[in-house]
Design a protein around this ligand. Structure first.
Ligand code: NAD
Length: 373
């Protein structure tokens, strides 16, 4: 009776897992590709109703059988490719398989290629591959919508990963150092919380509503200073922003190092807008899904759980002094006020929400999968 059959790639990733959970919950039949039946997300997906797992590696030699099986009978698809393997080849193969299977609405998670704007901006290599796939999907003519994901709230970690480290200070406060200008707006997204419901709505509206449009999945537009002020309110500790180069304190694969260097130049020094000059947010995302989780709620309810799952214990210790007389809204608007002191919200005694534990980074090797923004 009209049950939707949806194909999903890379289902253990944060974007796709969020969608699989939401689609399963509303009774859609989900055909979910995973690489291995290992890890807590794969186990969780295996336990969900209406979810059929397709185990296999889209970068491997059995790609075409895997994708034919995955798309067989599917009328809609959510495809988020990653840099594991030849991303453009995988993206093209998915689009071809979807076309052969007669998919009627194909949603691809793309990103901009900043070199296309004629402004002396370099392409971020790990984003340009997605833009190339987007162009291919347009070229072969599947009814498609392209979503552009903002910066995930849970990129933040106190572990020494580059770009989104919330570094714990001796006085109990946090410090985020990044190359983004303190007053330049950035798009924010809670991928685990909000990708799923937003995609349900995008699929329900259908391809003719979107007409091949690009849709931003970003629910808050906050400068780094505003982001830190909200994060501080949520976590109940001061959070200071330091406008500075990306710190690379652990070994990173060379491809990711190049991505970070160009991000620093293009989005940092040259101040190119994150999504390029054409895409607006957060009005569009909020018009699709109003129940989003903002950075303050994330910092209050989820960040301590994720940190605890990573073996960190600062949340059990006495927090930093958080004078309550300074109004956080004022701090948000006045970049000169530092350190940022939030309104002293107490840490809740219990917190709930999804989390993504990460291993301690002796180095970011081939298993690196965090914050590859
Ligand atoms: P994720 O980072 O949550 O998970 C990574 C996925 O890669 C997992 O499914 C994991 O099983 C898989 N993986 C790990 N090791 C692998 C290997 N050796 N071979 C193949 N697969 C492996 O996934 P996600 O966040 O849903 O998607 C990642 C993509 O999203 C990236 O291309 C990234 O550029 C893009 N993106 C990220 C952000 C952000 O803020 N982090 C924002 C926009 C877009």
């Amino acid at each position: 009776m009209g049950t939707k059959i949806v194909a999903v790639l890379n289902s253990t990733g944060r974007q796709a897992a969020s969608f699989v959970r939401a689609a399963s919950a509303v009774g859609w039949h989900v055909r979910a590709q995973i690489r291995k039946r290992e890890g807590f997300v794969a186990e969780e997906l295996a336990s969900l109703p209406n979810v059929q797992l397709f185990e296999g590696n889209p970068a491997g030699p059995d790609r075409s059988q895997l994708l034919s099986a995955l798309f067989c009978g599917a009328k809609i698809a959510f495809i988020n490719t990653t840099h594991w393997g030849d991303e453009v080849a995988i993206g093209k193969a998915c689009a071809d398989a979807a076309k052969r299977a007669g998919v009627a609405h194909y949603v691809y998670s793309s990103m901009p290629d900043h070199s296309t704007y004629g402004k002396d901006w370099k392409a971020l290599p790990m984003w340009a591959t997605k833009f190339a796939v987007e162009n291919y999907v347009r070229q072969i003519g599947i009814p498609a919508t392209f979503v552009y994901a903002g910066i995930y709230n849970n990129n933040f970690t106190s572990l020494p990963y580059p770009l989104f480290q919330m570094e714990l200070q001796d006085d109990g406060s946090f410090e985020w150092q990044a190359p983004f200008h303190p007053n330049d707006p950035l798009p924010w997204l809670d991928a685990e919380h909000d990708v799923g419901p937003a995609l349900l709505q995008i699929f329900k509206m259908g391809p003719s509503h979107w007409k091949g449009q690009r849709v931003t999945l970003a629910f808050e537009k906050l400068t780094p200073l505003q982001c830190c002020a909200r994060f501080a309110r949520g976590v109940g500790r001061p959070v200071n922003y330091v406008h500075g180069p990306i710190k690379i304190a652990v070994s990173v694969p060379s491809g990711y190092r190049e991505q970070l260097e160009i991000l620093q130049e293009t989005l940092g020094e040259k101040r190119a807008p994150y999504f390029g000059p054409d895409l607006e947010y957060p009005r569009e995302g909020r018009s699709i899904w109003e129940g989003y989780r903002g950075i303050e709620e994330y910092a209050r309810e989820v960040f301590p759980i994720e940190e605890s799952a990573n073996g960190l214990r600062w949340m059990d210790e006495e927090g930093a002094e958080t004078p309550s007389e300074i109004d956080a809204e004022e701090v948000e608007q006045d970049p000169r006020s530092r350190p940022m002191t939030p309104a002293g919200r107490p840490m809740p005694s219990h917190v709930t929400g999804a989390y993504t534990p990460r291993s301690h980074p002796e180095g970011l090797d081939d298993n690196f999968f965090v914050g590859s923004t």
